[in-house]
Design a protein around this ligand. Structure first.
Ligand SMILES: [Zn+2]
Length: 84
């Protein structure tokens, strides 16, 4: 692999791109969910397979967003000037 070192350290852009992908995937799944007859009732959806997938994606998105935030806060660690 050519970019071995770079791949190890994912950039914020890469992470944000990944989040966007997951969100698009989630939208698609939600649309599927809407068309399922068993999801018409409020509680039914909590047990449907599509909802499980959506839930899993949600967790992944949250993890990625946490990573992005920690990378961002590392970045301006001593840059503390307020725009005031
Ligand atoms: Zn559902």
């Amino acid at each position: 692999m050519l970019y071995c070192d770079k791949v190890k350290k994912m950039s914020i852009d890469d992470l944000q791109e990944q989040v966007e992908k997951f969100k698009t995937e989630m939208d698609t799944l939600e649309e599927v969910c809407d068309t399922l007859p068993e999801c018409k009732e409020d509680d039914a959806c909590k047990t449907c397979e599509t909802y499980k997938k959506i839930d899993a994606l949600n967790v992944k998105i949250e993890e990625l967003e946490e990573k992005i935030e920690s990378l961002l806060s590392e970045d301006d660690d001593d840059d503390d000037d307020d725009d005031d």
